[in-house]
Structure formats: C-alpha cells, structure tokens
Design a protein around this ligand. Structure first.
Ligand SMILES: [Zn+2]
Length: 196
C-alpha cells in the first residue's frame, strides 16, 4: 500500500501557488548558494576575495549571510572596500557561530545603507562603546548601531553609526560565493572607473 498524493491536500502548494510565487519573485530556491567562509579559504583568502581597482581593494564576489542555509545576499561584487586594521571592534559571543576575531581584523567598508542588497540595523546602542581607533570613530557623531542579517537576524556582522552613512562588515562574519575550481578566478581585473 502506498500513500497517494491528494491533489486537493491543503498542506501541499498547488502548481498555481508555485507559479504565483515565481511570478511575484517571492519564491526562494531550496538550495542556498555555494559559499565558503573567510577562514576556509586559508592564507590565500585576501587574494582570492579581493579585486584591486584603482588602488582600492574590493570584494571580488558576492557576500552572503554567515548562516549556511540562510543565503541572504548582503553585498554585490565591488561594493565593499577592504579596510585592514588591528582593532577588534565587534563584541564576541561564544554562543554565536562566528569564528573568534583575529588580532588584525579586516572589514568591508560599505559607503551607504543603499549599497547593501539586504541588511538589518540594530537600534542605536547606548550601552556598548567600541574602541576609539575603530574605523569610522573619527567622524562618528552618534551611537553605534550593529549590523544584522536582514533575513535571519544573525549578528552583529558589522557596525554603523547613528546619523552616519558608512558601515563596516567583518570579513570573517560573512560567507563568500565559492570560487570555481579552474574557472573564473575571483580575483578579477576591474576597469578603472572614475568615481564621483
Ligand atoms: Zn541570515
């Protein structure tokens, strides 16, 4: 005896439902994108993730939420500018899935909130102070706001400031489109474009 699919079963999406979801753009593929973490790329991480254009190092590929299975797209290629520091800024939570912050952490500087594909911001945090030498502190006027995944709330993956435009995303708290073996390198030459 085998179970029969009941075409009128209300728990099963009908073909019409699926087509409607596809048409509205709300249909999400079951398989999240193939991604790797910063540390999985090893010592070559910065060369395989970064493209250099006119003196600034930018993310060569797409950047996603750290939570495997979430797959939320955070920034598109060439959006974040690599900032190399010796300032660990983000609070550590041993219960989080994030790896420990390295002694010399790097961040993607993202110019405006509109540069993100998907991101969430916390309320201004009056209780946490970040190191004075943190990127952005020199011009910050407001309190720190933490960046979290817009879809699953995982965070903080970075920070911004109340009233400020720029954001910084920790390179080790996001995932990267998997480099294709023998295929297109993630390091790509970028046409020099004049930014205004
Ligand atoms: Zn997420």
């Amino acid at each position: 005896m085998s179970a029969q699919l009941n075409p009128s079963d209300p728990t099963q999406p009908s073909q019409a439902d699926i087509l409607a979801a596809l048409a509205s753009g709300s249909f999400r593929p079951k398989q999240p994108p193939q991604t790797v973490t910063y540390s999985e790329l090893g010592p070559e991480a910065s060369s395989s993730l970064v493209s250099s254009s006119s003196g600034s190092k930018r993310n060569a590929g797409r950047v996603y939420c750290f939570r495997q299975g979430c797959g939320s797209l955070i920034i598109l290629p060439e959006t974040g500018e690599l900032v190399e520091t010796d300032v660990p800024v983000l609070p550590e939570d041993p219960a989080s899935p994030f790896p420990p912050t390295p002694a010399t952490p790097s961040y993607w500087r993202v110019p405006t909130p509109f540069s993100f594909e998907n991101i969430g911001y916390s309320r201004p945090d009056a209780t946490t102070s970040i190191p004075p030498s943190s990127p952005g502190m020199d011009t910050a006027k407001g309190k720190v706001k933490w960046l979290i995944c817009a879809e699953c709330d995982l965070g903080p993956v970075g920070w911004s400031f109340e009233g400020g435009k720029e954001s910084w995303v920790a390179v080790e708290r996001v995932r990267y489109a998997k480099p294709v073996e023998g295929g297109e390198a993630l390091v790509k030459e970028v046409q020099e474009t004049q930014e205004v």
